[in-house]
Each structure stands twice: as C-alpha cells, then as structure tokens.
Design a protein around this ligand. Structure first.
Ligand SMILES: [Ca+2]
Ligand SMILES: [Ca+2]
Length: 372
C-alpha cells in the first residue's frame, strides 16, 4: 500500500493504530533527526547543561555534547553477555549539588553466576577528561544465579526522594514470589542503598525490607507520573507484555498468572482467573517487547503531556499510551523500523530515543521533534 493510500485509509478509519495488534502503524507525527551512533546503547539521561550520559552495554559510559563523544573513566567491570552488561544511568535529584550518578550493571559472582548491581559515584568533569570518582556498589540482586537474562535493573528517583530499582526474575520464575529474594520485584531504597523504614515489608528485615511490589518478570522501564504514581512496564513471556500501575505491597502475580504463556507451550492462567493479583493496566499479545518508559511532560508536544511512551524492541516501534484515571490504553504505535531500547525527554521538550543496535550495527540516537 502506498503512503498516500495509508493516509487516506487512516482518514477514513479515523484512528488507525490505537487498538492492539493487526492494525496499520500510525504515520509519524514528528520529525526524526538522527544525532549520533553508538555501540549497543542501553540507556541515557540528560545533565542539567543539556549534555547526555549514555551507557553502552559492553561497559562504556559516554558523555555526549555538541556532536562530540567523550569516554567517562572509572566505570565498574561488567559481566557483558546475553542481556547483561552496563545498564541504566540516572542522576541524583540534587545532582547539581552532589554530582551523584547511579549506574546499574550485571556483575559476575561465584562459579558461573551473575546478578544485577547498582553503584553510585560522583561525576567529575575536568579539562579534557570526565571521570566517576568514589564509586560504591549500594545494591545487589540476591541471590546471584546462572544465566544472563532478565536483569531488569532500570532506575528512577521518585518524588519521595528515594531510589527505585526494577529487578528481573533472571528467568528463574519462582523467585518473583519469594520474599527471601529481591529478584522479580520493584524495590525502594534510600539514595545510599539503605532501606526506608516505611517500606511495606520493612518489619521482615533482610532483602524483603527493600521490596515495594512483587510478582514481576522482567521490568525494563519505570517512571513517575505528575500525581507521583509509579508505573512500570515489563516483558511478558509468550504474550502478555504489561504496563503496571505499582501499588504499595502489591503482588503482580508472575509466574502464577500472566496474560501470556510459557515459551514451551505450558499455559499460565490469565490475570482474570486470580483477581487477588494486581492486573496490568495494558497488556499486549502479540508482544511489543517493551524497553524504556517515559511519562511525557514537555511543551514540544502539548497534546501528549501525561502520556506514556514505551520503546518497542521486537515491535520496532514507539508506543504511546494514554492514561485516564486508573485506566490506560494504547493510543498510537509509531513504526520506527528498528528496535527501540530507550526513551527520554530532553530539556528542549523533544523526545529522544536510542535504537538498540547489535554487534554488527550501531544504534542511533534520534531526536523526535515537531514536524517542520
Ligand atoms: Ca533514561
Ligand atoms: Ca496466560
């Protein structure tokens, strides 16, 4: 079908995309500007002066500004392979005063085990160099297990000033329901990694004290909305990708319930069979393979303020979700033609995304702005 015909079809149908699966992708309502190429980029965050920190999965942190890329020294050694390596990067809410940067990464353990970890360090920019200094690991997945999948390890600071960490279940299923493990959980920590006394399971001590919600599979995005509510997305198994509104102490049911099923064909009961578990606000079958999560608040696209943007890996798309009260629905799916790994809002109000890339091809940094 030609582009003109698609346009006509969209006009006739009023809303193309919007529903789940099988519809035409929406035409891009923004201009796309390629900015730079990176090697398996995974995450990014903007500094107050408009520079970007970008992680590359193999274990590089890069400072990007005015078209120039500078390598940041002092990065911890990472266990690169499978889904693991250097992961997320965020700033402390008082970064301008304390210079703290937080990184997540996969680290090796005893034998052939691995686990996600979170470190903080101060970003020190000198003449011609930039370094992380005083790096301290402040959180670790417990236990470390074999394999190299489902680390999760997306980070965000909440309006409560606490550090929120998503922790994947490492493809081991049952740890997501085990309070002796912090796998398959959403965690809430103080900025130094210690546990806030008002966490829902604080009285249980141990890693249970870190837990805010449980029953997650592989959460690869976390963000707070204007009301201070926390949203995560997670990669479902065969079917059943999720956007969740996270409630204090909530159990989201994995691996006991999922709107998807196991890859080997075994059925996992759907959410509606066991309402004691929190159900997703949006679920996707076929999957989008979500990566990154942004709740938009900029002026570049006024109509999209408060909307959720999720990168799609397998779906090679940017997905826009509208929230109404406690409900949410996919409003549009923009075909980007590449796997999208990360979504961020720039200080200019534009939406910035990173393509995934692989060992053979670069992942591009793209700026999505108003159509000119
Ligand atoms: Ca980010
Ligand atoms: Ca199911």
């Amino acid at each position: 079908m030609s582009r003109a015909m698609i346009t006509i079809a969209c006009v006739l149908l009023v809303a193309c995309g919007g529903s789940q699966g099988g519809t035409l992708p929406d035409l891009l309502p923004f201009g796309v500007t390629p900015v730079a190429d990176f090697d398996e980029p995974w995450a990014m965050t903007f500094l107050p002066d408009g520079a970007l920190l970008i992680t590359e999965k193999r274990g590089e942190l890069l400072l990007f500004r005015d078209g120039k890329t500078q390598r940041v020294s002092g990065i911890p050694a990472v266990a690169y392979g499978g889904q693991g390596g250097l992961g997320d990067v965020i700033l402390h809410p008082r970064f301008a005063d304390n210079g703290y940067v937080y990184l997540s990464f996969a680290e090796p353990g005893e034998g052939r085990t691995r686990g996600a970890a979170v470190a903080r360090a101060q970003l020190v920019r000198g003449a011609g160099s930039v370094a992380l200094e005083g790096l301290q690991v402040i959180w670790r997945q417990v236990p470390k297990v074999s394999g190299s999948g489902h680390f999760g390890h997306r980070l965000a600071f909440g309006p409560d000033g606490h550090l929120w960490v998503t922790s994947g279940e490492r493809q081991k299923f049952t740890p997501a329901q085990d309070m002796q493990s912090n796998l398959g959980k959403v965690l809430r920590l103080r900025d130094d990694g210690s546990v806030p006394a008002d966490n829902p399971f604080a009285s249980q001590g141990g890693v249970a004290a870190q837990i805010w919600s449980l029953g997650h599979r592989n959460p690869l995005g976390i963000a707070f909305d204007a009301q201070g509510r926390v949203w995560t997305q997670e990669m479902g198994p065969r079917g059943g990708d999720e956007l969740n509104l996270i409630e204090r102490g909530g159990n989201y049911g994995y691996p006991l319930v999922s709107n998807g099923d196991h890859y080997d064909g075994r059925v996992i009961p759907d959410h509606d069979t066991q309402p004691q578990f929190k159900a997703p606000k949006v679920s996707w079958t076929p999957v989008i393979a979500p990566a990154g999560l942004l709740i938009y608040s900029g002026n570049e696209f006024p109509d999209w303020q408060s909307d959720v943007f999720i990168g799609g890996l397998a779906s090679q798309a940017l997905i826009r979700v509208e929230i109404t009260g406690e409900t949410a629905r996919e409003a549009a799916r923009y075909d980007m033609g590449e796997r999208i790994r990360e979504v961020e809002q720039g200080p200019d109000g534009a939406i910035w995304i990173l393509e995934d890339g692989d060992r053979r091809r670069a992942g591009r940094l793209l700026r999505l702005g108003k159509r000119s």
